[in-house]
Ligand binder design. Structure first.
Ligand code: IMP
Ligand code: MG
Length: 329
């Protein structure tokens, strides 16, 4: 039992995680950098910083078990996000080894039913890196064998997009619509969706800075803004996929400040299990499992956008080139 007290962090001391202290420091100008124990925590903090989400590192320890006055088991979630009132526990263990952590979280929820706590797994970390961690790859390296399986076929996509268009047409009987697409992944979906809507509409695009590793962007910002003023317009923000919700959360704050008459969100895909920040979604094409998907506009390092269907990328494609491990060598 005794090792449980200090055991909470011991998973991060494996050989792969042997980084120098400088490397474990996130790219923030913060003198008091917390003592992160593994690269996943560094990346997560960097991502939150990028999206201006305030966080605290291990601010609270919860007693899970005790005998008399003596606490025999504690649990200290890695992060607390005060704005979301959310605890986030990151685990670098493989999926099948997380049973003990699940038990702890279950116990925490029993004792404190009002606490919001979220567990992010190793595979979530790799998906975050696949989205944010690497640069562009050479087009010549596009390989069919990188694709695991087709998740949504061309026909299923077409049928669902048609249905979404009808739903939107029905909901906006007498209001002209401004569709705003978030570049670039959304372009394929938006082009089809717009043609499935039988109401007058205008289209505009914006683009956000991405938190690429080693990139020049330090914080999220609009790098290509809208052409039009959206004041008093009925706006539907169109996204390809909502994952953590961090980029959409930022965008909604930006757009709300411009005082549209109404603001709805339509996303082709919802990777709901990956959500960190809650975001309102009015129209959802498909809720998909926790996998990295490509095709129909979605990319892995700029590749695979032109697949006519949605496919799951093989996990080894984005776990193979683990940049942290490379640096640690
Ligand atoms: P979020 O801020 O984590 O919700 O990330 C949303 C953005 O990350 C999307 O607009 C995509 O550009 C990208 N993204 C997230 N998941 C995937 C995926 O599975 N495949 C391709 N891009 C993704
Ligand atoms: Mg996007």
């Amino acid at each position: 039992m005794g090792d449980e007290l200090i055991g909470a962090k011991s998973e991060g001391t494996g050989a792969d995680d042997a980084l120098s202290e400088a490397e474990l420091r996130p790219h923030v100008d913060d003198a008091a950098t917390p003592p992160f124990v593994n690269p996943m925590e560094v990346e997560f903090a960097r991502l939150l910083d990028f999206y201006h989400i305030p966080w605290l590192y291990e601010p609270t320890s919860f007693a899970l078990n005790w005998s008399g006055e003596q606490v025999t088991e504690m649990f200290t979630p890695d992060f607390y996000l005060p704005d979301q009132d959310l605890y986030v526990e990151l685990t670098t263990m493989r999926q099948r080894l997380v049973t003990r952590k699940h038990r702890k979280i279950r116990r925490l929820r029993e004792l404190h039913p009002t606490i919001n706590v979220r567990l992010l797994y190793n595979r979530d970390y790799h998906q975050l890196l696949a989205t944010y961690g690497y640069g562009v790859v050479e087009i010549a390296s596009l390989r069919e064998e990188d694709i695991e399986r087709i998740l949504v076929s061309r026909d299923e996509l077409a049928a669902r997009v048609t249905a979404l268009g009808e739903e939107i047409s029905h909901d906006y009987p007498d209001r002209p619509i401004l569709l705003i697409g978030v570049l670039k992944g959304v372009t394929f979906f938006l082009a089809d969706l717009a043609r499935a809507i039988s109401r007058p509409l205008a289209i505009d695009f914006l683009a956000l800075a991405r938190p690429a590793r080693g990139g020049s962007e330090r914080a999220v910002r609009i790098v290509k803004d809208l052409d039009r003023d959206i004041g008093d317009q009925h706006v539907i923000l169109v996204e390809d996929i909502v994952n953590t919700g961090l980029s959409l959360d930022f965008l909604l704050k930006e757009l709300r400040a411009r005082k549209p008459a109404s603001l709805a969100v339509c996303t082709l895909l919802d990777k709901a299990e990956q959500r960190v920040v809650p975001v309102p979604l009015d129209y959802i094409g498909f809720t998909i499992p926790d996998e990295f998907v490509v095709g129909y506009g979605l990319d892995y390092r700029e590749l695979h956008r032109n697949l006519p269907f949605l496919a799951v990328l093989k996990r080894q494609v984005y776990t193979m080139t683990e940049p942290v491990t490379e640096r640690a060598r």
